[in-house]
Each structure stands twice: as C-alpha cells, then as structure tokens.
Design a protein around this ligand. Structure first.
Ligand code: NQM
Length: 370
C-alpha cells in the first residue's frame, strides 16, 4: 500500500475566494471519511495549514465538490465546504457565491460537461441550501476562457466574466428573509447595552448593525478591526443571541450568521460595509453577503434605512474594504426582491492530485480507516 492516496483535484479561484475543487465521485461517499480527507487536503486544524493546500485564512480554506445532476432541468450540483485553519469543522450549511463562480469552469475543465457555444450557461443547484442559479462562462472554441476585461475588487487584474443569476436565495439557511419576524430587533448585549440589528437571510444569514452604534465607522482598515478585541467580543455576543432569535440555535461553533457593520457610502455607492465572517474581518465581501446587504438596503426600516443611498435596485454598489461589489436586484411590482445577478471571475490555478496520507484514506470507496 502506498503511503499516500492521490486524489484528483484542481485549485480554483472563485471570485475573491480560493480552494480545492473535487469531482464528487473522486471523494469517499461516507461523509465523515470525506470530511477527514478534506481536512487533510487543506491541512486543518493548524493556523498556518502548513501540511496542506489551505491558505491559512477562511477565504482560502474552502472546498468545492461538483457532480453532474440527474435532476430534470439542472445541469450541475455544487456542494461548498468551509474549513477553518483553527479547527476541524467542515461546514456545509451556508452557501458561498464566490466558490460557486468556479463550479462551471471546473466542470468544463474536468470534462464533466461540454461547452455549448461561445458562451455556456448551466443551471447549478447548490446543495448546501437547495439554491438554483444560472451561471454563464465564456467558452470560445469550446474551451473555458479565463482572459478578459472584467474586474472585481479584491482580485488583482482583469479576467473573463462569470455571470451568476441567483433564482431563489430567500431564507437560505434561516428559512425566511426576516427570520426573527421583524425588519429590526433590539438586543440587550451583556456589558454593552442595547443594540439594534437587522437579521436577514437572502442567500446568507446575516446580522447587520450601524457601525456608529458600536462606536466605530466601518471605514476603519481590516487590520484595525481585526485587532479590536472589544468590538469583536461585542459582535460575537450579538451574533450568539441574534442567531437564537433567528432560529439558528447555538452557533458558537458555526460560521454563520455573518456580521456586518454599515455606514453611509464613501464612494458614490449604496452603502459602506465591513463584514466579519464571522470572527475575521473580510478583506472584501462575500457574494451572497452582498446580495443580502443590498436587499436590506431596499427595505424600509432596516438598519440600512437612513444610511443607504438607494437609487435603482438593478444597480447597487456595496462598498467594502477592497473596493465595491455591484449587485443587480430583481424586484416585483411591489418592490419585493425576487432575484439577483452579478459578475464574478474565476481561474483554474492548478490541476493535479492532492496527496492524502493513507492512514486517513486508502482510496477505497468503502474504506473504514479511522
Ligand atoms: O457570501 C465569505 C466569500 C465568502 C462567502 C464568507 C461568499 C458569500 O467571500 O456568498 O462568497 O462569508 O465566509 O467567499
């Protein structure tokens, strides 16, 4: 028996995240064993992830698992797994719109699906929350093209656009758009006092607060916020009690809901943000976090009301530490948000085999190695 098991994988950048992508059929079917394989692949738990392919940060400690769908009208199925440098949790509950952007390029590269012309649009089911999206990638000559002029903040340079149209994001994890039943709630935070928040889930469960209510601005740098232990402790207390009210239970070991500080836009956008995912300040913003925040911006009496500058819901620029994120909300006649479209980019960085110690998995589908 070889000391290591080679597992086919690609390292993909999806939007402003990065992680290993696998075909579902290349991983063990048993979930516990699969999770142990993923932990070994990224090198968790270890803050530096020195013995794996993870990048020692939640945004580069991610995995995408793709399969061809047998469901009618669905082309691909995508499962996102969030791993952490610090612990051995493999969380497949919430979505990740950034990693989703790499699902179609991966499937095309891997030969799981064929290009359908100069552009290829596939319907993808995200298994984490049952979310459907139509994703269009550039495929001139039948090959995925990564070169192009689309620029997304948080990623250097330009690339070919990946267009994502989300068809049903409402209540992704929390079950409804406003899981507490209110557009805003006031929470009593031990050691801090009363704090108003909007608890909302339009693709990502989130707790939104006005930065000023926490004696900050949301214009601070990411490093400053990450070193502000008092602020982070208050946010965590809020997160735990807000999550209970959102019906999410005890989230102390979960990476959702995400937290977001809001303030008025600085650069002509709709709103200015600093997201915590949930314990580290995001260098940019999550895709479905941006969709969820944009949705709160168009809702009366949310904590964004009065701060956000909302013109056309079809073009909302969410400002973040790395620039901005444009979201096009689709609304019905009553102004209710029914869908969202946006542009990401992606790239295949590496293809090959990730080596998994055989003591973890010997490569057999039914292997019961502990
Ligand atoms: O919100 C970060 C990211 C994400 C998730 C996070 C994401 C999303 O930037 O859809 O993309 O919230 O942990 O990749």
């Amino acid at each position: 028996m070889s000391a290591q098991t080679p597992v086919p994988a690609m390292l993909m950048r999806g939007g402003s995240s990065k992680g290993l992508f696998f075909a579902q059929s290349d991983l063990p079917a048993d979930e516990n064993l699969r999770n142990r394989v993923l932990l070994a692949a990224v090198g968790s738990p270890d803050p530096r992830q020195i013995d794996g392919a993870g990048g020692a940060h939640p945004l580069s400690s991610k995995v995408g698992i793709v399969s061809v769908s047998e469901r009618e009208g669905v082309d691909l199925e995508f499962l996102f797994a969030q791993l952490q440098p610090q612990n051995d949790i493999v969380d497949t509950k919430p979505n990740c719109g950034n990693m989703l952007a790499a699902a179609v390029p991966f499937a095309l590269e891997k030969g799981m699906v064929r290009a359908r012309g100069e552009e290829t649009t596939l319907r993808v089911l995200t298994l984490n929350t049952g979310m459907l999206s139509d994703i269009t990638v550039q495929t001139p000559g039948g090959v995925v093209c990564y070169e192009g002029s689309a620029k997304i903040d948080g990623v250097p340079g330009t690339s070919a656009p990946v267009l994502i149209r989300f068809l049903d994001t409402e209540g992704s994890v929390a079950g409804s758009l406003l899981p507490t039943g209110s557009i805003s709630d006031v929470f009593d935070i031990e050691g801090f006092g009363k704090l108003e928040a909007t608890c909302i889930d339009n693709g990502m469960p989130m707790v939104l607060v006005r930065a000023a209510d926490l004696d900050c601005t949301a214009y601070e740098g990411v490093a400053d916020l990450n070193s502000n232990e008092t602020l982070k402790a208050t946010l965590e207390k809020l997160r735990l009690i807000a999550a209970e009210k959102m019906g999410l239970g005890d989230v102390s070991a979960k990476n959702y809901p995400k937290m977001c500080l809001l303030n008025a836009p600085l650069h002509g956008g709709a709103v200015h943000t600093r997201c915590f995912i949930p314990h580290v300040c995001h260098e940019a913003i999550g895709v479905l976090a941006a969709v969820t925040i944009a949705t709160a911006c168009v809702m009366e009496n949310s904590v964004a009301d009065g701060l956000a500058a909302v013109g056309n819901p079809a073009s909302l620029s969410i400002e973040h530490p790395g620039g901005e994120f444009s979201v096009a909300l689709e609304t019905d006649a009553g102004g209710r948000v029914t869908g969202a479209a946006l542009i990401r980019t992606a790239r295949n960085i590496m293809r090959g085999e990730i080596m998994i110690p055989s003591r973890i998995w010997n490569g057999k589908p039914s292997d019961d190695t502990k």
